[in-house]
Design a protein around this ligand. Structure first.
Ligand SMILES: Nc1ncnc2c1ncn2[C@@H]1O[C@H](COP(=O)(O)OP(=O)(O)OP(=O)(O)O)[C@@H](O)[C@H]1O
Ligand SMILES: [Mg+2]
Length: 483
């Protein structure tokens, strides 16, 4: 049995054609999972935690200080509102809209947060005492479960989006770790598919971006493909082949059409943006790919920019005494080397309040939590003009209001590059396509759709399944090709 595998920067999925029908592989309840793996360390069981009298006192102290912070946030809000009331007209409406009332957390909520805080300190002490503990490879967790385990327990190693590292120069040890992780993800997929389909799965067609993220140009893509091949082999695949992700999406779109057309397939993902021009539909057995183009940028790059624009000023970005590259390191959760650099800085004497906040951000799980908030806000700002983020895990009562200026700052560089890419594609193909087929999670973003529509005015836009367009096409190929 051959399956199609979309090993994505942000999400991975798999599917097969079974008796002429597309069957998505399930991962628990989900049709895809976050491409993240967590290897827990072999240290004492988290279930060993209990609330001793001493720990109860710590919880009480936490609750007291959280309540004090809540009270001062409330007073500050009343003050802001009072100031807003004194304004008039549009200024007043705007100021009132921005002064949103801080949410009051119930006592039970605060106590639960206090217990989590004390439990996390307990865990971190254990980690410190058990430095060098053996990592339990067989207990690896995947997807959101991996990230949650890392944030809550912290005992072990988390790698998010290993795909985005494959094209970079890697020291032998880092190469081994990334290979190991990629092969774990692929094995997880292989075994899930074997279980669901009831037959051994040993062959796969893997999606690949036209150009991988890399600092080495074409060499990076070559290295990434070598590493993925090796990872797939050690995951138990005997035959594998690669298909460019937008070409795969074209194969899927082809099966949906009766009349032939020339379509531009645009896949805006988490790590890369990939485009193919293809003849689809009609009586041909498969889509015919006429050309492909790649931009090694995607949604995760926008998350980093949003974090830099909206969150990092709270950590001292812009302060002359804190080097500016520290903030990019902290925001780049996909890069273990950059995360390690960030954790290695000493902020004991850094200007306040930034020093303490940066130390909090260095704690296990904090950069992942902050990144989640950046991604969540990026998505929210596609629908609403402003929203508030509470950063209690950094400091009680710390919050920030994000608005469209932050969103525009975060998207600016990506949108420029996307417009340049589409302009180049327009020049290369020399004809007006009959349609533009959109897929990839980031294609949901209104700003991205606007750029596509602007670059191809008047062309019909077909909105495909943002999450499953590529994997469906890989399954079509897996059903047709003899590997
Ligand atoms: N409504 C939305 N608005 C903006 N971005 C979104 C939205 N929904 C999902 N995304 C983004 O889409 C990205 C994930 O898309 P997708 O699953 O296509 O990526 P991937 O296939 O894992 O990555 P790649 O193909 O680049 O390796 C993430 O960056 C996510 O934040
Ligand atoms: Mg993708």
């Amino acid at each position: 049995m051959q399956i199609g595998i979309d090993f994505g920067t942000s999400y991975s999925a798999a599917a097969a054609y079974v008796q002429g029908r597309l069957e998505g592989i399930r991962f628990g309840e989900q049709s895809q999972f976050r491409t993240a793996v967590f290897f827990p360390a072999a240290v004492p069981d988290p279930a060993d935690f209990y609330l001793s009298a001493e720990r109860e006192l710590e919880v009480d102290a936490y609750v007291r200080s959280a309540k004090a912070a809540q009270r001062s946030a409330y007073v500050a809000w009343q003050q802001r509102r009072g100031e807003a009331e004194r304004l008039s007209g549009w200024d007043k409406a705007k100021a009132l809209a921005l002064a949103s009332e801080p949410t009051e957390r119930s006592d039970a909520d605060l106590r639960a947060a206090g217990i989590r805080h004390v439990r996390r300190n307990w865990m971190e002490n254990l980690v410190r005492q058990s430095q060098g503990a053996v990592v339990k490879v067989n207990d690896a967790l995947f997807g959101d479960e991996a990230i949650d385990a890392y944030i809550n327990d912290g005992l072990g190693h988390l790698v998010e989006s290993p795909k985005s590292m494959l094209g970079y120069k890697l020291l032998p040890n880092a190469r081994r770790v990334i290979l190991h992780i990629a092969s774990h993800v692929l094995e997880h997929i292989r075994l899930s598919a074997t279980r669901q389909l009831g037959t051994p799965v040993r062959a796969a067609i893997l999606g690949r971006p036209v150009e991988f993220k890399s600092a080495m140009g074409a060499k990076g893509t070559e290295q990434a493909l070598e590493m993925l091949t090796e990872a797939a082999q050690s995951a138990g695949f005997e035959q594998i082949a690669f298909l460019e992700e937008p070409a795969a999406a074209a194969m899927h779109y082809h099966t949906q059409l009766t009349l032939p057309e020339r379509s531009l397939i645009v896949d805006v993902g988490g790590g890369t943006t990939d485009v193919a021009f293809a003849e689809v539909g009609g009586t041909a057995a498969a889509a015919r790919i006429l050309g492909s183009w790649g931009l090694p940028r995607g949604g995760t790059d926008i998350d980093i920019e949003l974090s830099l624009a909206a969150f990092m000023p709270l950590f001292g970005r812009g302060h002359p005494l804190i080097p500016v590259h520290h903030f990019r390191e902290a925001a780049s959760v996909q890069s273990p080397p950059q995360q390690k650099e960030f954790r290695g800085h000493n902020y004991r004497d850094a200007p306040q309040p930034f020093g303490t906040r940066l130390q909090e951000l260095q704690r296990i799980g904090s950069t992942s939590l902050l990144n989640r908030e950046a991604e969540r806000m990026k998505i929210a700002l596609g629908q609403v003009a402003s929203d508030r983020v509470e950063l209690d895990f950094i400091e009680h009562g710390l919050a920030v209001e994000l608005d469209l200026r932050h969103r525009d700052q975060a998207y600016a560089d990506f949108l420029d590059k996307l417009a340049a890419l589409l302009g180049r594609v327009r020049g290369d193909i020399g004809v007006v396509p009959d349609s533009v087929f959109l897929t990839g999670g980031s294609s949901r973003a209104p700003l991205i759709r606007e750029v596509v529509a602007r670059e191809f005015p008047g062309v019909r836009i077909v909105v495909g399944d943002a999450s499953l367009g590529v994997v469906s096409g890989l399954a079509v190929a897996a059903g047709q090709w003899e590997l």
